[in-house]
Design a protein around this ligand. Sequence first.
Ligand code: BGP
Length: 469
Amino acid sequence: MLHKTLKSFPDNFLWGASTSAYQVEGASLEDGKGPSCQDVKEVPEGTSDLKVCADHYHRYKEDIALMAEMGFKAYRFSIAWTRILPEGTGEVNPKGIEFYNNLIDECLKYNIEPIVTMFHFDMPAALDQRGSWSNRDSVDWFVNFSKILFENFGDRVKYWLTINEQNMLTLVGPVIGTMTIPEGCTNELKEIYQQNHHMLVAQAKAMALCHEMLPDAKIGPAPNISIIYPESCRPEDTIAAQNANAMRNWLYLDAYVYGKYNNLVWAWLEEKDACPEFAPGDEEILKNAHPDFIGFNYYNTSVCKESDGTEKGGAVSQQENSGEAGLFDGVKNPYLKTTEFGWEIDPVGFRGTIREIYSRYHLPMLVTENGLGAYDKLTEDGKVHDPYRIEYLRKHIEQIQLAITDDCEMMGYCPWSAIDLISTHEGMVKRYGFIYVDRDEFDLKTMDRYRKDSFYWYKKVIATNGADL
Ligand code: BGP
């Protein structure tokens, strides 16, 4: 649709940015924190470990002051499960509660709305040893953790996100360092979708609990959603794209919003003898979740064509999928440029994704991630010139405005990331922040913060509520 007049961003639009605990905090075993799966995993070759990251744990005051200077209305961060419960269950670590109390209070001091992700890729190592999400008890572990969060922080936190990118935990667990398959497992696919089922039940219970304990709060999921195009108008390619979309996107959102499994994925799992087992009551639990909004991460779209029937290896990163035998084959998009790290850039697909989500689910949407990873350079006079990031963000924000003009309900925009941090598998050199952190992959240097050009640009965007891009 071509609009002659664009609608403005709503007055209460939540401009901000995101981080996650294990990628930004550092202090990975300090003040009683237990190890998470990220702390014990093998570090990808050539990349830093997660002991220091951006040292946000010690420098959060300085960081939040910089976010306030940019005019942030919201800051999306995650709470490290193992800071609160070092073993995942059992004793609460008072120092962990204290840290997040301070972090939340620091945000509120500047009228920055804290948006809390309850789980961002960091399963407690102690629970990993007990089978992680394969263990049915994981539902209780997560609900117990969420109750502690609601009790301690619910008086001040009004926006909650359950599980970050559950679809990527399921599709690319090994890439993001989260996959645990129990020894002796004979049907890996079934195991993975059983884990996924436990996550679905766990987050549904956490949502219901949030509504019960904190009637004024809002809670939603945060999957990674982006539409997948058919390569051509061959009808077979459209069927393939429907398969791929069901597998990547709708399986998750259908379950979160309608409490139902997507029929295309269910039929495929049936064929593979990989359907998850339901415990008594699960159906009811899934139906009673009722998210208040849909949080979602968007980086880029992808393309597929009819499967030639051979194994292609499935998803290879959060944004790339080589295909699933019998369902679809992944192909490159010849119309799009890529980032330095090979992810395609598709702002128009962002609008398309927003429209598609809204027409399927009719819930307000919060963009919980979006952004461009690049090798930024600090100049001798302390500047970081990142016009490529400004261009990426500008083009995506333009598309949000078009989607708003299409009458899609948008609550806010929290790109990735507020500050430079460690990538899921490509180290410190893949930077996303508005704030530069002076460290290299292995040399911690000064750890000083510098405002990138995009910092000043985003400040202006927020000050004008998106009118001056
Ligand atoms: C998302 C994750 C983030 C983040 C981002 C960028 O999938 O939720 O944790 O890191 O992608 O990805 P990467 O770090 O792989 O570049």
